[in-house]
Design a binder for this molecule. Sequence first.
Ligand code: HEM
Length: 196
Amino acid sequence: MSALLSSLLILSLFSTGISLSSNYYEKTCPNAESLIRKAVRDAAKNDKKVPAALLRMHFHDCFIRGCDASVLLDSKGKNTAEKDGPPNVSLHAFYVIDNAKSAVESACPGIVSCADILALAARDAVVLSGGPSWVVPKGRKDGRTSLASETRQLPAPTFNISQLQQSFAQRGLSLKDLVALSGNYSSQIKLIKGRP
Ligand code: HEM
């Protein structure tokens, strides 16, 4: 369990080199975390696939350009965004992040980044599914670049173990992280399918 926790934490720290802190919104948006938790809980009540969707969305966001919410950006003009890249077309439940963002914006406009909302929602999703909890360091900045072509960097379902290891290593994740994160992923799939 501690391997999973540290791997999830490392995953959610892929970032920009900026310093993050656990009490980042303590003064500026003290209710942010509870509002996000509520949005995730409300959505999961109606659709049991929501927690899995949020965890995967966070993983796919973090793998490309760090955890900067670039996966949430829509394609615009000639730019096809990550969201529309082949591995991401099956991502879903974006509305949960939209709902959380609206709730947080009503409470404290212009303060909480979408990148932090996604990282917190993924943590809440894991907890809701019976997994461990962890403190999410906050202060991520939202990216403005989102390119479908970069989703090629996500590990493919056809990858063998060395390719998976290499793909994870390029993001500072060890073999242990790969095993811990994949284990968590399998648990989510079993939960969706209603198997123990
Ligand atoms: C190790 C390399 C990985 C590969 C090749 C991979 C590939 C895939 C594929 C092909 C799907 C099915 C998508 C579809 O429905 O069309 C999937 C679903 C999923 N993946 Fe991964 N994945 C990997 C790692 C991870 C990790 C590390 C996590 C989370 C920490 C994760 C979380 C999930 C979840 C939760 C789903 C189900 C999503 C849903 O039904 O909404 N995956 N993955």
